[in-house]
Design a protein around this ligand. Structure first.
Ligand code: GDP
Ligand code: IMO
Ligand code: MG
Length: 421
């Protein structure tokens, strides 16, 4: 069974945690889009890991992990992540494979990301400033450099020199920092020496694994509403975060995919700018007060709100979500009453799906259904039927409103705080 796992909201749904759970049944975990803008948290006992580029499956001994062609790789950040994991006793040799056709994030991408955000002022996207947008921009413009280039120092240096000259001119016009070719060249070639043993043709390697009946688990990064096509454009990331991105980002054809799991929180969060119809200060205060909902990559406070079934209904549709994993149920444990957005009101019109224009979305007023809270801790519960009745009703309603089967419930950050329904 090959599984695609996607975020059904605005990212940070708890994908890392659910991937860690599902990796038990998979042989290989694949990242196929995004870059180190992602921050996937896995807590195992007293240990907490935050993965940015390396699939979360790496924490399960013996499982193999692939950074496939659709990912944009910052080699310096990747070396740091590899070394950080090795220091903590995670063995990577022979377990991590990196695509030779993945595009590189270069220092001018980060500088451009930063300079453009600064110039936008109040209209900024609120990016992670990891250079993701400019790196995908170069890929589409056919001016990107790939890992395959990095493995050929002469080819790499020549291309890099030309790219730095052009980007320094752009950066100058934007008031950004100038980059030194020899410094970048040295740092990147050094990273290349460390990454070389991991770099392969992942398309051919993955297909060989399929021939021997190995099962794949695709670890989506970001979430449906950050997708470049289906998200709240322009307040999105620069890749296809939805299920289709797993195919184009890995070379595994659609008919080899068996199921799509959508991960969603029992409420909604978003980090960065852009519309968030159910945003609610009361929910933000509650969760931040519990020390929760601070970004795993940038540390920024996440904006919080009620569960938005208009959003997850759309996510189910565009991803083809079969099964749902609902996380962070415990975040709502103390509430007397919980609201769920079941439709939007746009100037008197009732909408079941979000409008495509981010401006229109700003004008949408959530139509809420009220649910009774359960006001008791759920963190020690391990069976659906042992949940307070109000919590059972709440979860059943979220799945029904979204239109997919509830399969996994998460009631805490720990690996064990998870159960299947
Ligand atoms: P990802 O990007 O989708 O992998 O999610 P993040 O790791 O960025 O954010 C999810 C946060 O919620 C992390 O701090 C997780 O440890 C935490 N988390 C995941 N599931 C649960 C849960 O059911 N309950 C609690 N309390 N925390 C959770
Ligand atoms: P994971 O995989 C939440 C958001 C940024 C910003 C927008 C564009 O951990 O769920 P970018 O740096 O990609 O150009 O930023 O996307 N963003 C995320 N939000 N979780 C993520 O990843 C995100 N990756 C990017 O905050 O609003
Ligand atoms: Mg995250």
């Amino acid at each position: 069974m090959n599984t695609i796992l996607v975020g059904a909201q605005w990212g940070d749904e708890g994908k890392g945690k659910i991937i860690d759970v599902l990796t038990e049944e998979a042989d290989i975990v694949v990242r196929s889009q995004g870059g180190n803008n992602a921050g996937h948290t896995v807590e195992i006992g007293k240990e907490k890991f935050i993965l940015h580029l390396i699939p979360s499956g790496i924490l399960r001994p013996g499982k193999k992990c692939v950074i496939a062609n659709g990912v944009v790789v910052d080699p310096i950040a990747l070396v740091k992540e590899i070394e950080g994991l090795e220091k903590r006793g995670i063995k990577l040799a022979g377990r991590l494979l990196i695509s030779e056709t993945a595009h590189l994030v270069l220092p001018y991408h980060r500088a451009l990301d930063e300079a453009r955000e600064l110039r936008k002022g109040r209209d900024k996207i609120g990016t992670t400033k990891r250079g993701i947008g400019p790196a995908y921009g170069d890929k589409a413009a056919r001016t990107g450099l790939r890992l395959i280039d990095l493995l050929q120092p002469k080819v790499f240096s020549a291309k890099l020199q030309a790219r730095i000259a052009e980007n320094n001119a752009i950066l100058e016009s934007l008031g950004g920092e100038q980059l030194s070719f020899p410094e970048v060249e040295k740092a990147y070639l050094e990273a290349a020496r460390k990454l070389r043993p991991f770099i392969v043709n992942t398309v051919v390697w993955l297909h060989r694994q399929l021939e021997t009946q190995k099962t794949l688990l695709f670890e989506g990064a970001q979430g449906t509403f950050l997708d470049i096509d289906f998200g709240t454009y322009p307040y999105v990331t620069s890749s296809n975060t939805t299920a289709g991105g797993s195919c184009t980002g890995s070379g595994i054809p659609p008919h080899r995919m068996d199921r799509v799991v959508g991960v969603m929180k029992a409420y909604t969060t978003r980090v960065g700018e852009g519309p968030l119809p159910t945003e609610c200060p009361e929910v933000s205060d509650l969760l931040h007060g519990m020390g929760r909902e601070f970004g795993a990559t940038t540390g920024r406070a996440r904006r919080c709100g009620w569960f938005d079934a208009v959003a997850t209904r759309y996510a189910r549709m565009v991803n083809g979500i079969d099964e749902l994993a609902i996380t962070n149920l415990d975040g709502l444990d103390s509430l007397k009453q919980i609201l769920v957005c079941v439709a939007y009101d746009l100037r008197g019109k009732r909408l079941l799906y979000p409008p495509n224009d981010a401006e229109e979305l700003l004008h949408c007023r959530p139509i809420y259904r009220k649910f009774q809270g359960w006001q008791m801790p759920t963190t020690d519960v391990r069976h659906f039927k042992k949940l307070p009745l109000a919590a059972q009703r709440y979860l059943t309603a979220l799945a029904k409103l979204t239109g997919a089967r509830l399969r996994i419930v998460s009631v805490g950050a720990q690996r064990e705080q998870t159960f299947r329904t």
